[in-house]
Write a protein that binds this ligand. Structure first.
Ligand code: S3P
Length: 460
């Protein structure tokens, strides 16, 4: 079977020393989840859609390349001083073409699982390949429902990439209760349902991020959401016709989380973070940090692209330990690495449980963060489903170690944040993964750390 055609990016080692306080303002780049969906739904609309604020990270570019390979036209139009615009010529639901070669998903689980859904109900066959991290991640969770809808999927041992999806058209609409709280699985089934006759229904006992539902409705799909005793029920009427849209992608709360924790743990810092998406299905990190007593205010910024946004004003301060309520987990599932960093500097013992999903993200985020925090001198106990972290009480951690980032952008950024309050510099074995979701992260860190405090905006 085919393997990734992409050269793995050259590992980039970097040593980060504690630096002065962080000051100033930062505007976070477009939301990764919303950017993937904007491209995919625009590629299925009839006519030209425009997207501004798109995240130009490697994961989203992998989605764009795959959609081009299946017939959509996707063009980046820089417009002088104004924001960059992406123009997408859609092929219409049912109109995806057979790609000429394997689709390279790079590091991106979202591209893989959502595109598998799209391919599953089109009369085409496609092979999906990915990097070493993605090739270890479980795909059975989408293979199972998509097979029920009629797709023929042949995966590598253990239900992993490379895999080949042969779609069925017309596919069979199903009713599917999610066995894991996963927006990717929910979205894969709904996207397959777009080209299946009749109603495809997904029941989610625990709510996960709802960008697919919001955006599909914006593109004109017939979709209803009901709250029932069994959970949220999403019903989509298939053989949908999507109308082209202009989408403005709000900033990514997952990216904002790094600056928020960085300001809190790095003594003397104060930051204003703008353009932060605060969709309640994503904003759990701000609730968790508030429970820890963070000095942080969210100023309502209205809505962008049907999604609420805020400006986050945050400054350095003490944090109390936390035992996050389990119901918060899905709304902050990508933020645990940086929340573990916050806990490592908090006062007291934080207990994180019920997080087995973190073991199958871009890496095993429980084991990797336990190893990385231990290496820099934190007291951490690894549990099968989480971590116990004994906070330093605001004191710097020793640092002076090399930590492994394991092809995981969020581990790299979380440990860069931890390094800001260590006594000795911390070496990250590879920072190249940050390009998947936040290409400017390290340059922005330099800018905020070098900012002149006299020109920093005051934080009320
Ligand atoms: C995503 C959903 C989450 C998240 C991932 C992006 C999405 O995964 O971890 O980074 O865009 O739907 P799960 O839905 O598998 O938890």
């Amino acid at each position: 079977m085919a393997h990734s055609t992409r050269q793995p990016s050259t590992p980039r080692r970097m040593t980060i020393a504690a630096r002065g306080p962080l000051f100033g303002t930062v505007r976070v780049p477009g939301d990764k989840s919303i950017s993937h969906r904007a491209l995919m739904f625009a590629a299925l609309a009839v006519g030209e859609s425009r997207v501004t604020g798109l995240l130009e990270g490697e994961d989203v570019l992998a989605t764009a390349a795959a959609l081009r390979a299946m017939g959509a036209t996707i063009e980046r139009v820089p417009s002088g001083e104004g924001p960059v615009e992406w123009r997408i010529g859609g092929v219409g639901v049912g109109g995806l073409l057979q790609p000429g070669q394997a689709l390279d998903m790079g590091n991106s689980g979202t591209s893989t699982r959502l595109l598998m859904g799209l391919i599953a109900s089109h009369p085409i066959q496609a092979t999906l390949v990915g990097d070493a991290s993605l090739s270890r991640r479980p795909m059975a969770r989408v293979i199972e429902p998509l097979s029920r809808m009629g797709a023929d999927i042949v995966a590598s041992p253990g239900g992993t990439l490379p895999l080949t999806v042969r779609g069925l058209c017309p596919a069979v609409p199903i009713e599917y209760a999610l066995p894991v709280a996963s927006a990717q699985v929910k979205s894969a089934v709904l996207l397959a349902g777009l080209n299946a006759p009749g109603i495809t229904r997904v029941v989610e006992p625990i709510a996960t991020r709802d960008h697919t539902e919001r955006m599909l409705a914006g593109f004109g799909a017939g979709l209803t959401v009901e709250q029932t005793p069994a959970g949220r029920v999403i019903s989509l009427t298939g053989e949908a016709e999507l109308a082209p849209c202009h989408i403005v992608v709000p900033g990514d709360p997952s990216s904002a989380a790094f600056w928020t924790v960085a300001a809190i743990v790095s003594p003397g810092s104060r930051l204003v973070i703008g353009n932060v998406g605060v969709n309640p299905t994503r904003a759990g990190i701000f609730r968790a940090l508030a429970l820890m007593g963070a000095d942080m205010v969210l100023h309502d910024g209205g809505t962008v692209g049907g999604e609420p946004i805020a400006e986050v004003a945050v400054r350095h301060g003490d944090l109390a330990a936390i035992e996050p309520p389990p119901e918060l987990a899905p709304s902050m599932i990508d933020e645990f690495p940086v929340l573990f960093v916050a806990a490592a500097f908090a006062h007291g013992r934080s207990v994180f449980r019920g997080l087995e999903e973190l073991r199958v993200k871009e890496c095993d985020r429980i084991a990797t963060m336990a190893a990385a925090l231990t290496a820099i001198g934190a007291r951490v106990e690894e549990l099968s489903d989480g971590l116990v972290i004994h906070g330093s009480g605001g004191r710097p951690l020793p640092g002076g170690a090399t930590v492994e980032t394991r092809l995981d952008h969020r581990i790299a950024m979380a440990m860069a944040v931890a390094a800001l309050h260590c006594s000795a510099p911390v070496t990250l074995d590879d920072v190249s993964p940050v390009a998947t979701s936040y290409p400017d992260f390290l340059a922005t860190l330099d800018r905020l750390a070098d900012a002149d405090r006299r020109v920093a905006e005051p934080v009320a």
